[in-house]
Design a protein around this ligand. Structure first.
Ligand SMILES: Nc1ncnc2c1ncn2[C@@H]1O[C@H](COP(=O)(O)OP(=O)(O)OP(=O)(O)O)[C@@H](O)[C@H]1O
Ligand SMILES: N[C@@H](CCO)C(=O)O
Length: 308
């Protein structure tokens, strides 16, 4: 049997709309992500279990992990014998934590291992991005590649091998707070402007290229000083109850950056010490999340998708 874990991720990472994403590892060792198990069976079987299974359509055909299995059998490994594929759905849907990417990445990585198809990294990433595009209302890689490869990834169609890994300060801590309600990614994309002015396009290019270069040359504080989301956050913040209040309250507790993870409603902070992250997490627990929400202090998951 093959068992694969794929981690949650922060899409956009503030400065890189659709182009920069980071995989998350809670520092308490919690596995914040989906697990897919593939084993031999008499006939193809799909099982969806886990804390958030009941939030997905009851019909297997509408489940992305099952769709990955069908696609894999039809187009990648037609001679693969029958399997049982179980998705343990541990991430909330529409959370901004790359939940659909997690299922897709875990499913294709597990199937590739089980069938020994040895797809190249780029082939797998393309396949994963095709499926992510089905539900999110746009083809973007910023959950797929960090989830698959780990770390912080500068990623997209134009980029050689689809992704370049960027370093971060290993003293940075990230607080990820899911408030407990969902925000559909396609809806959160529909509120964005369809076009950017010349000024905004140039500024976006400058910010992302400078941020990446500063990280690559180890100038981490300078990178933080220009880390802000001028593209998506202003349009999405009004959709997320409590975000504006959190954004103005958290710097007092040591948050260097407060922004939206992916399409939201998960909020993330970057903090330069564990103590600051703990204070931010305490505030978020008291003020941002409801009974269905959760909050984790994280560092980056450098391993990405792996066999358990
Ligand atoms: N295995 C799956 N995991 C997540 N969503 C799935 C899955 N299978 C089908 N879906 C459907 O795909 C849609 C995912 O919606 P959406 O893109 O808003 O969520 P998301 O990927 O969880 O968001 P985010 O990337 O912000 O975490 C939902 O309609 C959900 O029912
Ligand atoms: N970059 C995507 C991530 C979706 O999780 C967006 O912001 O819409």
């Amino acid at each position: 049997m093959i068992r694969v874990y794929a981690p949650a991720s922060i899409g956009n990472f503030a400065v890189g709309f659709d182009a920069l994403g980071a995989a998350l590892a809670p520092i308490d060792g919690t596995l914040l992500g989906d697990v897919v198990e593939v084993s031999a069976a008499e006939q193809d079987t799909f099982v969806c279990s886990g804390d958030y299974a009941h939030k997905l359509p009851a019909n297997a055909e509408e489940n992305l992990a099952y769709q990955c299995l069908i696609h894999f059998k039809e187009h990648v490994a037609p001679t693969m014998p029958a399997v049982k594929l179980e998705l343990k759905k541990n991430l909330p849907i529409g959370s901004g934590l790359g939940s659909s990417a997690c299922s897709v990445v875990a499913a294709f990585a597990a199937l590739d291992k089980f069938a020994e198809t040895n797809l190249s990294q780029e082939q797998l990433i393309e396949l994963m991005a095709d499926f992510e595009a089905i539900v999110s209302g746009g083809r973007h890689y910023d959950n797929i590649t960090p989830c698959y490869l780990g770390g912080l990834q500068l990623t997209g169609e134009l980029i050689p091998n689809k992704s370049i890994s960027l370093p971060v300060d290993n003293q940075w801590y990230y607080v990820a707070a899911f408030p407990g309600f969902s925000l559909n990614t396609a809806k959160a994309r529909s509120v964005l402007p369809k076009q950017l002015s010349m000024h905004d396009s140039v500024e976006f290019a400058q910010r992302l290229s400078a941020f990446s270069s500063l990280l690559l040359t180890g100038r981490f504080d300078a990178a933080l000083s220009i880390m802000s989301d001028e593209i998506a956050e202003p349009h999405r913040a009004p959709l997320i109850q409590g975000f504006a209040e959190a954004k103005s309250a958290l710097p007092e507790f040591g948050a260097e950056i407060v922004s939206i993870s992916g399409a939201g409603p998960t909020l993330f902070t970057v903090c330069k010490s564990l103590e600051a992250a703990q204070k931010c997490a305490a505030w978020l627990n008291d003020n941002y999340i409801n009974e269905q929400g959760f909050c984790h202090i994280c560092q980056l998951d450098q391993l990405g998708t792996r066999q358990l």
